[in-house]
Structures are given as structure tokens and as C-alpha cells.
Design a protein around this ligand. Structure first.
Ligand code: CP
Ligand code: NVA
Length: 317
């Protein structure tokens, strides 16, 4: 089993992972160490604060040994193939996480690896982030089904995973993006197939009105730097600010995967305000990562490719 797309999981998988993450959160410092004697290779083609640190700490606290591998310092950076890298790493470690520019790289890693591979952000999706977002929403509202979510800004990797997760969990999403930056047709089609209720609009106010959760992300994702000037021009009004928060429901929360560009896609007032759940969301990256690793990596090696999980209850493999 791999976690490449959030849609690799079904509703029951996600609920079980969130329950496990809640338990790890409540029992921090006292929980078991199911990764004792196991190692995790963490490949990074791009910078990271939350993903790197939360995975490293999560792995250590589960008793495992995390290895940070900057792609540029691996032979990968000198032309060794992704497939050969996957084959070799699989003989040493018990799991691989990869933050990559091209989604195809993480797919190739998974194809040629004999241990679980987890997408730690690609240009297409960020499933680990969305699990933390779901944990945050569920802790705040006590449920996910029926929640209304407004996404303000770029129809990017994080937005894609949010759209798919919402479709799986029975949440409604309204995305407000500038023309040309809406979520891609392939994601919309997949969300529709999953029974999603997704609306795409052009005005931020339309996406914010009455929602339970307002979410945004940077206007310039890693890899989009060459378009920075154009993006800063186009995205100007796609900002989560106090005025926009007032349109949301009274007890709405604001989420942002971080890093935030304060004053661009989100204001200080919202980030540091009472309705902000962004730092809880950041913390939850660690608890949800523990749940994912305990699920994917705690069983015997020979069971990895058969969709083994600790409880035996995950329904997709
Ligand atoms: N949200 C997130 O993935 O942050 P990092 O880029 O710091 O890992
Ligand atoms: N969309 C952002 C997310 C960073 C965590 C990026 O890809 O850079």
C-alpha cells in the first residue's frame, strides 16, 4: 500500500487514520513504538519545515529511524534513475516518503519500490497535509460530513487533495480562483466520480459566504517561481482577511498549510486571530504522520505489498 493521492484512501480508511492520529495526539510521550527497528527514507527535492520535521519526529517517537535525504545529495541528483533508487532504498528501509517536483516521480518510486511510498507533496497533491487538515476540522466541529469549505486562491496541489478528500468525506467545497488558476479538469472529474459537491467561482466572497472553514495557500508554490510577478498581479484579491472571515459562519475556522506569506494570501489579523486554527493544523501534521506510518510500516515486510495494516481493517490496498 502506498499513499500517493488522498484518493488512495476510502472514507473508512480516513476515519480510522484520524482516530489513530487523535490517539497519538492524546497519548504523546506514552504511546507505543510500532516502528522499533525500522527506518524511513525521506527524499526531498524541495525545501520543507513542517513535513520534514513532523515526519522525523513522528518516526523517532514511534521508535523508528528517519533518514533525511536531499535529492541533490543522492546519486539521483547525478542521474541515477528513480526506479533504481527505489529498488535500492527498498532493500535498506521500511518506508519511503518523497517530496518531488513532478507527481510522476513519486508514482515511479512507488512502482519500483517494495516498501510503502508516501507522497510528501508533489506538483499535483499533498495528501499528508490534508489528513492534518481533516483532523483539525474534525476536532473543531466534531464531524466532517456536511461541513462547507471555501478555498481561496490557487487551484494547486493542496487544493486538489482537499477537493478529493471532501468528495470522499461528504463535505462541500467552493473554490474561488482567478481565471486560468482553477483546479484542473482531471481533479474535478475524479471528485465528481467520488460523489463530490464542488463548485468553482471567481469571487472570493462567493466561496466564503456561510462556510465553516476558509482555506488558502500561497499564490506562488514551489516550482512556480518563474511566474511570481504575474501571479502576484493576478491573485491580489484572493486574500483571506477579516472582511472575508466575516462572511463565513460565526464559528468558522481559517486554515493554511503554511508557510504563509503574510499580507498576501492571508493577513496577520486572520493568522493570529481567534478563528485561526493554522498552528493546530501544523501540529496535527505530526499526529497524522504517526498514524500513516504506524499503518503502513508497522507490519512485517512481506505484508507491505498486500495492503497489510495493523488492524487489518483498511479496505483499499
Ligand atoms: N505544509 C507543508 O508541507 O509545509 P513545509 O513545506 O514546511 O513542509
Ligand atoms: N502549494 C504549496 C504548498 C507548500 C506546503 C507549494 O507547493 O509550494
Amino acid at each position: 500500500m502506498n499513499l500517493i493521492s488522498i484518493a488512495d484512501l476510502c472514507k473508512e480508511d480516513i476515519i480510522r487514520l484520524l482516530e489513530s492520529a487523535d490517539a497519538f495526539k492524546a497519548q504523546r510521550g506514552h504511546h507505543g513504538r510500532p516502528l522499533q527497528g525500522k527506518s524511513l527514507a525521506m527524499i526531498f527535492e524541495k525545501p520543507s519545515t513542517r513535513t520534514r520535521v513532523s515526519l522525523e519526529v513522528a518516526c523517532s517517537e514511534l521508535g523508528g529511524h528517519p533518514l533525511y535525504l536531499s535529492a541533490g545529495e543522492l546519486q539521483l541528483g547525478r542521474g541515477e534513475t528513480v526506479a533504481d533508487t527505489a529498488r535500492v532504498l527498498s532493500r535498506y528501509v521500511h518506508g519511503i516518503t518523497a517530496r518531488v517536483f513532478s507527481h510522476n516521480t513519486v508514482i515511479q518510486l512507488a512502482k519500483h519500490s517494495s516498501v510503502p511510498v508516501v507522497n510528501a507533496l508533489s506538483d499535483w497533491e499533498h495528501p499528508l497535509q490534508i489528513l492534518a487538515d481533516l483532523q483539525t476540522m474534525r476536532q473543531h466541529f466534531g464531524r466532517l460530513e456536511g461541513l462547507r469549505v471555501g478555498w481561496i486562491g490557487d487551484g494547486n496541489n493542496v487544493c486538489n487533495s482537499l477537493i478529493l478528500a471532501s468528495a470522499i468525506m461528504g463535505m462541500e467545497v467552493c473554490v474561488a480562483s482567478p481565471a486560468g488558476y482553477e483546479p484542473k479538469a482531471r481533479i474535478m472529474k475524479e471528485a465528481e466520480r467520488l460523489g463530490g459537491r464542488i463548485e468553482v467561482v471567481s469571487e472570493p466572497a462567493q466561496a466564503a459566504r456561510g462556510v465553516d472553514v476558509l482555506v488558502t495557500d500561497t499564490w506562488v508554490s514551489m516550482g512556480d517561481e518563474a511566474e511570481e510577478a504575474e501571479r502576484l498581479r493576478v491573485f491580489g484579491k484572493y486574500q483571506v482577511n477579516s472582511e472575508l472571515m466575516r462572511l463565513a459562519s460565526e464559528d468558522a475556522i481559517a486554515l493554511h498549510c503554511l508557510p504563509a506569506h503574510r499580507g498576501q494570501e492571508i493577513t496577520d489579523e486572520v493568522m493570529d486571530g481567534e478563528q485561526s486554527a493554522v498552528f493546530e493544523e501544523a501540529e496535527n501534521r505530526m499526529h497524522t504522520s504517526k498514524a500513516v506510518m504506524a499503518w503502513l510500516m508497522s507490519g512485517p515486510r512481506e505484508q507491505y505489498r498486500r495492503g497489510f495494516c495493523a488492524s487489518g481493517a483498511f479496505c483499499k490496498s
